[in-house]
Design a binder for this molecule. Structure first.
Ligand SMILES: [Ca+2]
Length: 230
């Protein structure tokens, strides 16, 4: 009887020690050349003992599109592109070099060789399939991303009430660069967001119900022992 009770008690303790995770995410729209800041929750120590901090930050660009049409009788080549360059990156919680801010930048260029203009009028897009003088660049979602784990000596930066803030300042430019003239173009700058995620791994403090069960198990053990003694 006693052995069985001890086994149950051990099982309850083991059950209360499994790692839990809690995740927070946030996002804010970015404008070129100004500070963009989001906040993420710190770890609430009343939940348990913190054993891991994973952070991920990323810039994201959607709906970027550049159309170019050669209206010259001479073929010409050039580039279309998008460039997000960081002016600054900072966090009120030290990441101890876990985040390489250069990886949050996005530089994407596409070279096009446009044929001589076809029968299309000047100032319109010759969007016929296979038209040699027109290109439509829509690279889809672009992301500058870095992530990593915070070493345990840095946990205090991510612990406590409230939030910590992460700020980026980036210059964003959508552009074209063709050597010749008579390029008709339309540039759709992307919608830009600054995003973050933090995942805390922790060992929870046993819940009152679990603690009661453990106390009950101990009481049963005690009663069983007294029963044998009687
Ligand atoms: Ca044309």
């Amino acid at each position: 009887m006693k052995k069985t009770t001890l086994a149950i008690t051990a099982l309850l303790i083991a059950g209360s020690l499994h790692a839990n995770t809690i995740e927070y995410t946030n996002s804010i729209s970015m404008a070129s050349g100004v500070d963009s800041t989001f906040t993420l929750n710190k770890f609430d120590v009343t939940l348990g003992t913190l054993t891991g901090v994973y952070i991920a930050y990323w810039t994201q660009f959607e709906d970027l599109r550049v159309q170019v049409d050669n209206d010259s009788v001479a073929p010409q080549s050039g580039n279309v592109g998008f460039n997000c360059t960081l002016s600054s990156f900072s966090s009120s919680a030290n990441n101890f070099g876990t985040i390489n801010s250069l990886l949050l930048q996005v530089v994407r260029n596409q070279n096009y060789s446009l044929g001589a203009t076809t029968s299309d009028a000047i100032g319109v897009f010759d969007a016929q399939p296979g038209s040699d003088d027109y290109r439509d660049w829509a690279p889809g979602t672009l992301t500058g991303f870095d992530d990593g784990d915070i070493a345990s000596y840095g946990f205090s930066e991510y612990t406590g009430a409230g939030t910590y803030s992460v700020t980026i300042n980036a210059t964003m430019l959508t552009g074209i660069d063709f050597a010749g003239d008579s390029i008709y173009s339309k540039l759709n700058s992307p919608s830009s967001t600054w995003n973050g995620k933090v995942i805390y791994t922790y060992t929870p403090i046993p819940e009152p119900a679990t603690a009661s069960m453990m106390a009950l198990a101990g009481l049963i053990a005690l009663l069983a022992r007294r029963h044998f003694m009687d």
